[in-house]
Design a protein around this ligand. Structure first.
Ligand code: MRU
Ligand code: ZN
Length: 221
């Protein structure tokens, strides 16, 4: 089995890294087909399996790429401070600190996806001054593993900041382990899950709810 030595001397199985990059590539391709990465927006990350007791390792998309095309430099490895752990000329996502904040605060988090869509931006605009948007009476809420009759999902909304440490801090302050997402006003959504599959399911459920709510608003006008 081939091993790779990181800057901190920890040895990682190359296979684990390849597995994480393959997971990211699959999600990236799927979301690109859905037009979920307009104008280079969006970023993705997953936790890489590391030997017991070693520091966490994250595979993340490189910054500023056209996420609808493949290159050999689409992904890289960072530590929980968002620093590359191998010598590289790639730059991790500009929003890596948002990812690492979520991984630090939600221990079971295995994957984080961020996309900008017209519907997620419209929802944050529609709920103008509010710090959350609540969804109820929708079967799809079960996608969040909430099975109660009449369940409500309160999705936090934070303001957008160009200064990423501030944005990451704001996101970190509203994280709720029961609600796997945070909406950033007129920017996009961050979602996570305890697997790639769960994070994808959560994102699809949120985007369904956003589209429904915007259309309902228009119908009632
Ligand atoms: C169109 S730029 C959008 C970026 O500013 C940012 O919000 C984003 O989602 C992508 O940044 P990236 O550095 O490529 O991960
Ligand atoms: Zn963004």
């Amino acid at each position: 089995m081939t091993q790779l030595k990181l800057k901190n001397q920890v040895q990682i199985d190359l296979e684990n890294i390849q597995h994480s990059f393959a997971e990211l590539r699959e999600v990236k391709d799927l979301f690109a087909r859905r037009n979920w990465f307009p104008a280079t927006s969006g970023n993705l990350s997953v936790r890489v399996e590391v030997p017991d007791g070693e520091p966490p390792l994250i595979a993340v998309t490189a910054s500023g790429k056209d996420k609808s095309v493949h290159t050999a430099e689409d992904f890289l490895l960072v530590d929980l401070e968002g620093k590359p752990v191998l010598p590289t000329r790639q730059k991790p996502s500009a929003e890596t600190l948002v990812h690492t904040t979520i991984y630090q605060k939600i221990k079971q988090c295995q994957a984080i996806f961020h996309i900008h869509t017209v519907f997620n931006n419209l929802i944050s605009e529609l709920y103008g001054a509010q710090q959350e948007v609540t969804f109820t009476n929708q079967e799809i809420i079960k996608a969040f593993n909430i099975w109660d009759e009449g369940a409500a999902v309160e999705l936090p909304i934070v303001e957008n900041y160009a200064h990423i440490p501030t944005l990451a801090k704001e996101v970190g302050q509203v994280l709720d382990p029961r609600i796997p997402g945070v909406l950033i006003r007129n920017h996009g959504i961050y979602v996570w899950g305890d697997s790639v599959f769960a994070a994808k399911r959560h994102l699809e459920a949120f985007e369904f709810l956003f589209e429904y709510q915007v259309n309902l608003f228009l119908l009632k006008k």
